[in-house]
Design a binder for this molecule. Structure first.
Ligand SMILES: C[S@@+](CC[C@H](N)C(=O)[O-])C[C@H]1O[C@@H](n2cnc3c(N)ncnc32)[C@H](O)[C@@H]1O
Length: 194
């Protein structure tokens, strides 16, 4: 099994623990639709997934994947727009989010997520998370621009208030530094007064 799928699977496990039927979730980078499909299966028919990508090709591939799994497109809003505009589309709290950064596998490798828009999107998505909600960010430092994006995202999440967020980073320590990494974030559940 390739590394990409291993990294993705660990992210899915982390999100799957908190996602239930009827929840709302975000896929910040739909790409080929693997993550959107996972979220759609987890939230069930009463749930809702908001999936973003700037490329029409990604939207098409994701739609095809969802349809081929039994009309799961019905529970997904496929949004051809940058994830930095997430707040234009979503106002209510969400339970889980995944951002699988970089370029579209099998597509144009020059169209990549960009540091400034990624940072804005991550910040806004963290605001939307419910207490106990989780977010996964998969970073790819191996392509041009990817290392800066990884370092910038890591710096930003390293500054999150530890009373509000738990943040964990996973790296493949027996692989070159260009190997993908995963950042796991959980919004800390607020304690009740009594
Ligand atoms: C690694 S791929 C995503 C893989 C995908 N999650 C999957 O399951 O197949 C990264 C995607 O991010 C998209 N992307 C780049 N900039 C973006 C932006 N500002 N907003 C949303 N998506 C963006 C690219 O078009 C590409 O399809």
């Amino acid at each position: 099994m390739s590394n990409w799928f291993t990294v993705a699977r660990i992210g899915h496990e982390f999100l799957g623990e908190v996602l239930s039927q009827g929840d709302a979730a975000i896929d910040g980078t739909m790409g080929n639709g693997h993550d959107t499909l996972f979220l759609a299966q987890r939230v069930g028919p009463q749930g809702k997934v908001y999936a973003f990508d700037i490329q029409e090709q990604a939207v098409q591939r994701t739609r095809e994947r969802l349809v081929s799994h039994g009309s799961l497109d019905q529970r997904v809003e496929l949004i051809q727009d940058g994830h930095q505009n997430v707040r234009r589309y979503i106002e209510h709290p969400i339970r889980a989010a995944i951002y699988n950064l970089g370029y579209l596998p099998g597509g144009n490798h020059e169209i990549i997520t960009e540091t400034q828009t990624t940072l804005r999107a991550v910040e806004d998505t963290l605001d939307l998370l419910v207490s106990g909600g989780r977010m996964v960010i998969v970073v790819y430092p191996g392509h041009p621009g990817g290392k800066l994006e990884q370092e910038s995202v890591e710096y930003m999440v390293s500054k999150l208030n530890p009373l509000k967020f738990k943040v964990l980073k996973m790296t493949l320590i027996n692989r070159p530094p260009s190997a993908p990494g995963v950042i796991f974030i959980e919004k800390v559940a607020e304690k009740s007064e009594n």
